[in-house]
Design a protein around this ligand. Structure first.
Ligand code: SF4
Ligand code: SF4
Length: 420
């Protein structure tokens, strides 16, 4: 079977014919803002995986790159497998552009669905591996371990580090299930127990159908399907679907973002439902913040697009990290994304203010121009800041909230001054 994978800019082998939802659950994480407070991790854990048999399960986790991973080394182990079926490398041709069917050029290597030379047994559909029990032990192993030049113990760097690339670096990578357009978990399940909801593209495991063969655990390259020993079935992130459906008691009838998004202290996360064309590409929706960040500003990129699952999680890459590492992780759009993020225009600055001003899902925005408040230079470039206001709208077109570029300053009254 052949499907069009727009992340790869080409047709791709997949075991099932394409079936696209009307709207797709998607999210953007801005890595530059993450502080690894793990509020997202605990919000998810305390909602969905606090029971016996789920102790090792972290549907949402934040790991420290480059050494950390949950399960341990999940990405490097999958990249090694892909390396073996791509002796000429995981290469891209063409250049990033405005074509929504191939915004980052064309991926010329094989994906995990096209790796037939390594598949065992021959009937297997997806290239993958099953992590050992020990590898699932820690959601953020090697926390804060940097790579690069080490100083003398007890001494600090004399000069510090400067952009564009730091020699000593690490960053936090927040992860949940990507509710992929072409899920590897679904492709590999011999029971057909995994399905993608037609209304929002959320990928679920039917607990009554699952027999715990763990084919999904083996196949998911992001390792976001997990096996539960005491029930003998697999479980995964359910995208907090009662909240997406507006059935959460906190806000009846209004679509709320997931628990991990809502809890985010660093304001790195925004989640929404994007409209799809009949061919699975994103329909033009100019005033949708996720459409704007991915297709207009082009600052948000998919995680490991070369795996081939067309993940629906997008990341604004960290500015200080060596570019080859980022290109391997987020594909050929990295340089353009960082150039734009470091030199934001009025609209990008305004859309970045929308992150976490509300837990209600945003379906559109509008900018009201405000006065000039700053003029100066930043890293040799002239910048001008305007105090624009950005207004967010819900599914029914009603205003959700409005917020400005300049953050308001509140002065405590003497009666409530700190007493310490
Ligand atoms: S991230 Fe993994 S578990 Fe989630 S939909 Fe994609 S393949 Fe399935
Ligand atoms: S809550 Fe936000 S800032 Fe904190 S670790 Fe999670 S993603 Fe990062």
């Amino acid at each position: 079977m052949t499907v069009h994978n727009w992340h790869l800019g080409r047709e791709m082998a997949y075991p099932y014919p394409p079936a696209y939802p009307e709207r797709q659950f998607a999210f953007v994480f801005n890595i530059n803002r993450c502080i690894a407070c793990q509020s997202c991790t605990m919000a998810c854990k305390s909602t969905w995986t606090f029971s016996k048999g789920q102790e090792h399960m972290w549907w949402a986790n934040v790991e420290t790159k480059p050494y950390g991973g949950y399960p341990m080394f999940w990405d490097t182990r999958t990249l090694e497998l892909l390396d073996r079926v791509n002796p000429d490398g995981m290469t891209w041709t063409g250049t990033p552009g405005d074509d929504r069917r191939r915004p980052w050029g064309r991926y010329e290597g094989r994906t995990i669905f096209e790796a037939d030379r390594l598949l065992t047994p021959d009937s297997a559909r997806v290239l993958g591996y099953l992590p050992t029990d020990e590898e699932w032990n820690s959601p953020n192993i090697y926390e804060d371990n940097p790579v690069g030049t080490r100083g003398i113990p007890g001494e600090y760097h004399k000069t510090g580090e400067t952009l564009p690339e730091h020699k000593t670096w690490f960053f936090y990578l927040a992860r949940i299930c990507n509710h992929c357009q072409y899920p590897a978990c679904l492709a590999a399940c011999p029971r057909k127990a995994i399905y993608k909801r037609p209304e929002d593209g959320i990928v679920l495991i039917d607990q009554a159908e699952c027999r715990g063969y763990r084919k999904c655990v083996e196949a998911c390259p992001y390792k976001k399907s997990m096996y539960r020993g005491n029930t003998r079935v697999s479980e995964k992130c359910i995208a907090c679907y009662p909240r997406i459906e507006g059935k959460d008691p906190e806000s009846p009838g209004v679509a709320l973002e997931t628990r991990c998004m809502s809890a985010c202290i660093g304001q790195i996360r925004m989640q929404g439902l994007v409209k799809l064309e009949r061919d699975g590409t994103w329909a033009e929706d100019r005033q949708h913040p996720l459409y704007y960040l991915v297709h207009v500003a082009k600052v948000a990129l998919p995680l490991y697009p070369q795996f081939g699952t067309e993940p629906n999680g997008y990341y604004i890459p960290p500015r200080w990290v060596p570019r080859p590492y980022l290109r391997q992780m987020f594909g050929p759009g990295v340089d353009q994304a960082l150039e734009r993020y470091e030199n934001p225009d009025r609209e990008l600055l305004a859309v970045l203010q929308l992150f976490r001003r509300s837990n209600r899902m945003i379906f559109g925005y509008r900018i009201i121009e405000g006065p000039k408040t700053y003029e100066g230079t930043l890293r040799g470039r002239k910048i001008t800041i305007y105090n624009d206001t950005v207004v967010a709208y819900g599914r029914d077109g009603a205003e959700l909230f409005r917020t400005a570029i300049d953050e308001p300053i509140h002065v405590r009254s003497r009666a409530h001054a700190n007493s310490i």
